[in-house]
Each structure stands twice: as structure tokens, then as C-alpha cells.
Design a protein around this ligand. Structure first.
Ligand code: AMP
Ligand code: TRP
Length: 328
């Protein structure tokens, strides 16, 4: 039986990029035979979130988002990373077999440096903790977005270094499963850059009503009039619409824009279609979110049950690793 595992950081309200790039794929994978582990990477979030109350709220919100988006706690183990402290132990063991050079090559670290973030040691060793997350559960398949590919490759390397250092197959080599659709891999934000919390260009999946209208209204366009024929490929609003519309409807709008003339929709029209489609798509999940917000005990119970299952598994892998390297 295969073990699926993935995680997401509780570093902000989850946006369309997180949903279509990660969460949806996670939820869908639980339909496949196997064991499924999904967790909220709160240890990782400490590298960026420094407000305790905010972090607690974001962890809860992230758990609720997964459940509201259809993760069934009967089919998948949903848990908080920090409820399994064994991962930090495994992370130490991995750090002793991983070269500095491996970590220095990490794109995500280099990108953060380039963006002027003052790095902590934790930010630098982030991939080691992520490797521990994956290896602690004997994971076979790790569904991730494109930006996490290098981290999973590093995990494969670290498992190999440890196994060859101690001459035994302590850690199972994981394989990644990549989001295939290009549309879902790089969801644009309201400014056309990759959607990201840190760029301030994101659309929260549960936004609705006036607030959503206002946010969608800010999608960057130009001053060309509706009548002017335009190349739909140049308009990233279509990349957002593509997430929700049927391919037929999308094509119709694109044809009208390409033709121009009196029939052609203006930018405002396209934005309104996006608002309506997004609101409709997430309506059932929004309702479930409200129910879960009103029932904190249920969420706590799900996380506690998840923690117990995840921890038992990580403990046995941790014991195996300690045994192999002479600490038991
Ligand atoms: P982050 O909070 O930026 O680390 O994102 C969590 C996960 O969501 C990432 O691993 C990506 O797979 C996915 N993701 C984030 N932003 C986008 C985006 N704009 N388009 C597609 N996927 C994204
Ligand atoms: N680094 C991932 C992200 O930012 C989150 C994460 C932490 C993760 N540990 C993991 C993903 C283990 C997959 C497996 O999205």
C-alpha cells in the first residue's frame, strides 16, 4: 500500500494559487488507494510568522480550509507538524549527513535572499526539516507544486546519504507527483505576477461579495476600449477565468475579445464573470468553512486524532534511524 504525504505552510490565508497548485491535488489524491497524510507545516512557518496568536489562528484556518475543501478525515490523516516532534529529531540526523553545498543550491533560499530577507539558520536548513517530514512517514508519493520539486529531490539525496552512511535502508526513497496542468502550476495574481501572499497580489479562496468585487476590480488591465480587438493570450485575466469556466465558455469569451467590435466584452465584464464564477465554485466549501468555524471542538478532535496516528508512524521510523546510527 502506498503512502501519500504533503504539507502546506500556515503562513497566510490560502489563495487561488495554493488551492489550484496544491490543496486540490492533495484532496483529489485521497480518492486513490493508499494511506494519506496531510499536515500543516507550522514549524516551517516560524521562519516567517513571528506572532504567536496569528500563527495559532492561521493553523486553525489552514486545517479548516483543508476540511472545507473536501479532505475527509476518515480517508486522510490531517495533523499539525509540531504535534510530531520526532521530525525535528530526524531533521538533526539528516543534517549530519547533508553537505552545506546541497543547501546552498536551494532556489527557494536563494530567492528569499535576493528578495532582501535576512536569513535565519532555520530558513537555510528549511529543506532538511522538509526532508524529515517526508521521510518520517515512509512516504512513497509526495504531491507538490512546481516550486517544491527541488526540495523533494533534496529529500531523495538526503535519504540516500543517510542510508549509504549506515549501510542500511533506513529511509524510503519518495517520489514526487507534480501538478501537470500549466494553468494550475502558475496561477497569476491580480497584477499578473505569480500569485503569492508575499506579493500582496492574492485572491483568498473564500472571499465573497463586495470584498471580492473590490479585489477582482483591481486586476491590472490597460486603457484599450472594449471594441478594440485584442490577443486574448496577452490578457492574464483569462488564466484566472480558465480555472473556473468550461473550455467552451472560455473560448467564447476569448473569441469575442479577439474579434473586438460592439459585441466584445470590456475588462469590467470579464472581471465580473470571474467574480461570479469564483464565488459559485467555492460556495459549498465556504458553507462548510462556516460550520467548522462554529464547531472548534470538532476541528480540535480531528487534529488530535491525526496527531496520534502520525506520531506513531514517525516514532517507529525515528527508532529505526536511531538504531542504525548507534544512538540505540
Ligand atoms: P506557499 O504558501 O507560497 O509556499 O504555497 C504553498 C503551495 O501552493 C506551494 O507549494 C505551491 O505548490 C502552491 N502555490 C503557491 N502559489 C502558487 C501559484 N501562484 N500558482 C500555483 N501554485 C501555487
Ligand atoms: N515547503 C512546502 C511549501 O512551502 C511545505 C512543506 C513542508 C511540505 N514540509 C513538506 C510539502 C513536506 C511537502 C512535503 O509549500
Amino acid at each position: 500500500m502506498k503512502t501519500f504525504l504533503s504539507g502546506i505552510q500556515p503562513s497566510g490565508l490560502l489563495h487561488l494559487g495554493n488551492y489550484f497548485g496544491a490543496i486540490r491535488q492533495h484532496v483529489q489524491s485521497t480518492a486513490e488507494p493508499g494511506e494519506h497524510f496531510y499536515f500543516i507545516a507550522d514549524y516551517h512557518a516560524l521562519t516567517t510568522v513571528k506572532d504567536a496568536q496569528r500563527l495559532r489562528e492561521l493553523v486553525r484556518e489552514t486545517a479548516i480550509t483543508y476540511l472545507a475543501c473536501g479532505l475527509d478525515p476518515e480517508k486522510a490523516v490531517l495533523f499539525r507538524q509540531s504535534d510530531v516532534p520526532e521530525v525535528t529529531e530526524i531533521s538533526w540526523l539528516l543534517s549530519t549527513v547533508s553537505g552545506m553545498g546541497l543547501l546552498e543550491r536551494a532556489h527557494s533560499y536563494k530567492d528569499k535572499l535576493a528578495n532582501g530577507i535576512k536569513p535565519s539558520v532555520g530558513l537555510f536548513t528549511y529543506p532538511i526539516l522538509m526532508a524529515a517530514d517526508i521521510l518520517a512517514y515512509d512516504s512513497d508519493i509526495v504531491p507538490v507544486g512546481k516550486d517544491q520539486v527541488q526540495h523533494v529531490e533534496m529529500t531523495q539525496d538526503m535519504a540516500g546519504y543517510f542510508n549509504s552512511a549506515y549501510g542500511s535502508e533506513v529511509f524510503r526513497r519518495p517520489e514526487m507527483r507534480l501538478q501537470k496542468s500549466e494553468t494550475m502550476q502558475k496561477v497569476p495574481g491580480i497584477d499578473g505576477q505569480k500569485m503569492s501572499k508575499s506579493y500582496g497580489n492574492d485572491l483568498w479562496i473564500f472571499e465573497e461579495g463586495k470584498a471580492l468585487k473590490k479585489r477582482v476590480g483591481k486586476i491590472v488591465t490597460d486603457s484599450r476600449p472594449p471594441q478594440e480587438a485584442k490577443d486574448p493570450k496577452e490578457l492574464f485575466v483569462f488564466d484566472l477565468l480558465a480555472l473556473f469556466l468550461t473550455s467552451e465558455e472560455l473560448q467564447e469569451w476569448q473569441d469575442k475579445v479577439a474579434q473586438g467590435g460592439e459585441e466584445a466584452p470590456g475588462y469590467g465584464h470579464l472581471k465580473m464573470r470571474l467574480k461570479d464564477a469564483m464565488e459559485e465554485y467555492f460556495a459549498p466549501a465556504r458553507e462548510r468553512r462556516k460550520e467548522l468555524l462554529a464547531n472548534p471542538k470538532m476541528v480540535d478532535d480531528i487534529l488530535a486524532a491525526g496527531a496520534a496516528k502520525a506520531r506513531a508512524r514517525a516514532q517507529s521510523v525515528r527508532d529505526r534511524a536511531l538504531q542504525a546510527c548507534g544512538l540505540r
